[in-house]
Write a protein that binds this ligand. Structure first.
Ligand SMILES: Cc1cc2nc3c(=O)[nH]c(=O)nc-3n(C[C@H](O)[C@H](O)[C@H](O)COP(=O)(O)OP(=O)(O)OC[C@H]3O[C@@H](n4cnc5c(N)ncnc54)[C@H](O)[C@@H]3O)c2cc1C
Length: 244
């Protein structure tokens, strides 16, 4: 398994759970490093190893074919199957050729309309859309956003005039652990954490310099997404007492 993000971590867990021997190779220090706080990523990486996954962190891939991978440190890993879960880079040639502004994704306004154009809209994975509650643009590759944005932008194409203010959520499962998350869930942000059971059940708030929440990770904690949305929209500083 090349990659330790959503695809790599979920596939490694499900393949291992069905009896396959999996080796993960990725350049970050831990599983789901870009999403999870460092300490939680470290815990999850150890947990994957306990489940039998051979996790090669801080390791790159210099070449691969269907049956083997050569790593940056010179190891050759033989495999029956090689899976690459490397994320995507937007292919922007079509939008560029059409003269449509691209900033990571197709730049749209709150209605999903391409700025300066009456009849061109974009929604879902390709769209870079404003999130007023967080004061910046996002491009999101998740199901909840794709469905909700698609529905609202479609209505706007028919003249509904409905701004998209939805804060999309996403989820992931890793063996019997899992999470739901909403907002800007970026491990480069500072966090405020409240753990009922350390690394097993708790809430992580990703905060700005004033401790205002920008995103939430609910780790083995369910049905709290709406509460997370409320706290992000409220924009008030939080502490761990409030994370319930
Ligand atoms: C392997 C994988 C696993 C995922 N797992 C999850 C998950 O567990 N949870 C989650 O929340 N999200 C997950 N996602 C993300 C989720 O699938 C996407 O966010 C969602 O599908 C985006 O919907 P969309 O309609 O914007 O784009 P897509 O579903 O990608 O649809 C785009 C469509 O446009 C077509 N197209 C592309 N270029 C052109 C062109 N030039 N002309 C005409 N048609 C074109 C494509 O062929 C495709 O039919 C996963 C994605 C992948 C790839």
């Amino acid at each position: 398994m090349i990659g330790g993000g959503f695809i790599g971590s979920e596939l490694a867990a499900s393949l291992t759970a069905t009896g396959r021997k999996v080796t993960m190779v990725f350049p970050e220090p831990g599983v789901a490093w870009r999403v999870l706080p460092a300490s939680l990523s470290g815990f999850v990486t150890d947990y994957y190893r306990e489940q039998g996954v051979d996790v090669l962190t801080e390791e790159t891939v210099v070449s691969a074919d269907a049956r083997s991978v050569t790593t940056g440190s010179g190891r050759t890993l033989e495999a029956d199957v090689v899976v690459a879960g490397l994320g995507i880079e937007p292919s922007t040639e079509l939008a560029d050729a059409a003269g449509i502004a691209v900033d990571n994704g197709i730049v749209v306004d709150e209605l999903g309309q391409v700025e300066g154009s009456q009849d061109v809209f974009a929604a879902g994975d390709v769209a870079s859309f404003p999130v007023p509650a967080l004061g910046r643009r996002f491009r999101v590759e998740h199901e909840d956003h794709a469905k909700t944005h698609g529905k609202i932008v479609g209505a706007n194409m028919a003249g509904a005039g409905m701004p998209y203010h939805h804060l999309p959520f996403f989820y992931s499962d890793m063996f019997e652990r899992g999470y739901e998350a909403v907002g800007e869930v970026d491990s480069r942000l500072a966090t405020v954490e409240r753990w009922e059971v350390p690394n097993r059940e708790g809430v992580v708030a990703y905060v700005d310099e004033s401790r205002r929440p920008r995103g939430f990770l609910f780790w083995n904690v369910w049905d709290k997404i709406e509460r997370g949305r409320e706290l992000i929209r409220a924009g008030e500083p939080i502490d761990s007492v409030l994370l319930v």
